[in-house]
Design a binder for this molecule. Structure first.
Ligand SMILES: C[S@@+](CC[C@H](N)C(=O)[O-])C[C@H]1O[C@@H](n2cnc3c(N)ncnc32)[C@H](O)[C@@H]1O
Ligand code: SF4
Length: 400
C-alpha cells in the first residue's frame, strides 16, 4: 500500500525557505491535484486511493479541503507565484467527481495563480466513468487533455488485472473525448500481465492507434508488495512478469508506435509530435516546480520536496484548522539536486547535456556509449533502445 518517505518535519504553516522561492517562475510551474477515490481497487494498484465502504472512501469534505490547500499554496508562494502552465488532476479516479466540482477546483487554481496562455489542463479518467455529456462539460470547464486508463484490449488480460471496463470501452471513450473537443488524448497501457500473449499486446497497441490517441504511456506491470496481485503471485496462482518477456514487449511497442508516427520522448511515453507531449510530466522530468494538492500528494519547489498526509480525513482535518497538510519534507543539497536531475533527464529523448557532467560521470558515460547504451550527439547523451531497457542500471553507473 502507499507509503510516505521519511524526512524532516514540515512547518505547520507550510512556509518555504527563501532559497526555494528564489527563481520561482524561471522554472516550469504546475499544479497536481490528487483525487484519492476509485469505484473499485484494481488488484495490481498500490496508489493512495480509497473505495466506497472503506475508511477514507467518503468523498464529503474532499472538495473543501482541496480548495483550502489551493489557497494555502497561493499564500505560501506569495505574490511572486507564477501562472500555472499545467494543471494535472490525477488519482485515483478524478473522473468519479462531478464535472461541476472539477470545474470549481480548476476555477480556484485560476483565481489563485492564473492559468498561463495555452495552459495544459489534464484529467486522468477511467473509461467507464466518462460519457459524451460529462466530457463536453469538462471541455467547457477548461480541460484540454484527457488520460484514459485502458491497460489492455484483451479480455483475459483485463480480467487478470481486475479491470472493470468492457474491452472496447477505452477506444470508444477516446473517440468521444475527441468529439467533445479535447485537444489531446492519452491512453495508458500495461504490458507483461499474467496470461498476456504477444498477440494480445499487439492487439492493444493497434487498438490505441485506431482510437486516434496522440499520446501513449506503456508501463511494464510492477507487482507491488501488499496488493492482491502480489498475494496471488506468491500463492502461485498467477505468474510474475519475466524480464525477457517485458523487454520483448517494450521493443514491440517502440517499433509499432514509432512506425505509426508516435516517436518516444520519455522511456514510457510516445507522442505524435511536440504539441502532444505531456507538458506537465515534462515539468517533473526537467526538475521544474509543482505544488501537489490532495491526500498523499508530493510537491517540489526549488529543491524542497514535501508530501501530504495520506488519509483523506487527516488531510481535511489539518486544512480545517488552517494548518498545512504536509507530513514531512526534505531539503535537497546541490549535489542531490544534480544527481536527481541527471537521473530524470536521462529518461528523456532530449537526453543529458554533456557539459553539465563532472569528470567521473563523463568517464562512465563514455563507457556506456561504447557498450551501445547511449548515443552522443550535439553535446547531449540519449539512451539507445538497448539503453532504455536497462535505464536504471545506466543511471546507477553515471551517478556511482
Ligand atoms: C494510478 S492510475 C490512475 C488513473 C486511473 N485510475 C486508471 O487506472 O487508469 C495511472 C496509471 O498507472 C499505471 N499503473 C498503476 N499501477 C501499476 C502497476 N502496478 N504496474 C504498472 N502500471 C501501473 C496504470 O497504467 C494506470 O493507468
Ligand atoms: S482505477 Fe486506477 S487508481 Fe484506481 S485502483 Fe485501478 S489503477 Fe489504481
Amino acid at each position: 500500500m502507499a507509503l510516505l518517505p521519511d524526512g524532516d518535519p514540515a512547518p505547520s504553516d507550510g512556509a518555504l525557505p527563501a532559497s526555494a522561492l528564489a527563481g520561482l517562475g524561471a522554472r516550469p510551474f504546475g499544479l497536481y491535484v490528487h483525487v484519492p477515490f476509485c469505484a473499485a481497487r484494481c488488484g495490481y494498484c498500490d496508489f493512495n486511493t480509497y473505495v466506497p465502504g472503506e475508511d477514507g472512501g467518503e468523498r464529503a469534505g474532499y472538495l473543501e479541503a482541496a480548495l483550502a490547500e489551493v489557497a494555502l499554496a497561493r499564500r505560501v508562494l506569495g505574490d511572486g507565484a507564477p501562472a500555472a502552465q499545467t494543471v494535472f488532476f490525477g488519482g485515483g479516479t478524478p473522473s468519479l467527481l462531478d464535472p461541476g466540482d472539477l470545474a470549481r477546483l480548476l476555477e480556484a487554481v485560476d483565481a489563485a495563480f492564473g492559468l498561463a496562455p495555452g495552459a495544459e489542463v489534464t484529467l486522468e479518467a477511467n473509461p467507464e466513468s466518462v460519457d459524451p455529456l460529462r466530457l463536453r462539460a469538462l471541455c467547457q470547464a477548461g480541460f484540454t487533455r484527457i488520460s484514459l486508463g485502458m491497460q489492455s484490449a484483451a479480455p483475459r488480460v483485463l480480467a487478470a488485472l481486475d479491470r472493470r471496463h468492457a474491452p472496447g470501452r477505452p477506444v470508444a471513450a477516446a473517440r468521444e473525448a475527441r468529439e467533445a473537443g479535447f485537444e489531446h488524448v492519452n491512453l495508458d497501457l500495461i504490458y507483461g500481465a499474467p496470461g498476456e500473449s504477444d498477440a494480445d499486446w499487439e492487439a492493444s497497441l493497434r487498438a490505441v492507434l485506431d482510437a486516434g490517441a496522440d499520446h501513449v504511456s506503456a508501463y511494464a506491470l510492477v507487482v507491488e508488495p501488499g496488493t492482491r496481485l502480489a498475494a496471488r503471485v506468491r500463492r502461485g496462482e498467477l505468474a510474475a512478469p519475466e524480464d525477457d518477456v517485458l523487454a520483448h514487449r517494450y521493443r514491440m511497442a517502440d517499433e509499432l508506435l514509432c512506425g505509426a508516427g508516435l516517436p518516444w520522448y520519455e522511456i514510457s511515453n510516445w507522442a505524435a509530435g511536440e504539441a502532444a507531449r505531456s507538458r506537465h510530466n515534462l515539468g517533473y522530468w526537467r526538475s521544474g516546480d509543482w505544488w501537489g494538492v490532495g491526500p498523499g500528494a508530493h510537491s517540489h519547489v526549488g529543491g524542497v520536496r514535501w508530501w501530504n498526509v495520506l488519509h483523506p480525513r487527516a488531510y481535511a482535518e489539518r486544512l480545517a484548522t488552517g494548518a498545512s497538510p504536509a507530513a514531512g519534507r526534505e531539503l535537497l543539497s546541490d549535489a542531490e539536486r544534480r544527481t536527481e536531475r541527471l537521473m530524470l533527464e536521462l529518461r528523456l529523448r532530449e537526453g543529458l547535456a554533456l557539459d553539465e557532467l563532472d569528470p567521473p560521470a563523463r568517464a562512465a558515460l563514455t563507457a556506456q556509449a561504447r557498450a551501445g547504451r547511449l548515443e552522443l550527439r550535439d553535446g547531449r547523451a540519449t539512451l539507445t533502445l538497448d539503453g532504455r531497457l536497462m535505464a536504471d542500471a545506466v543511471a546507477r553507473e553515471l551517478t556511482a
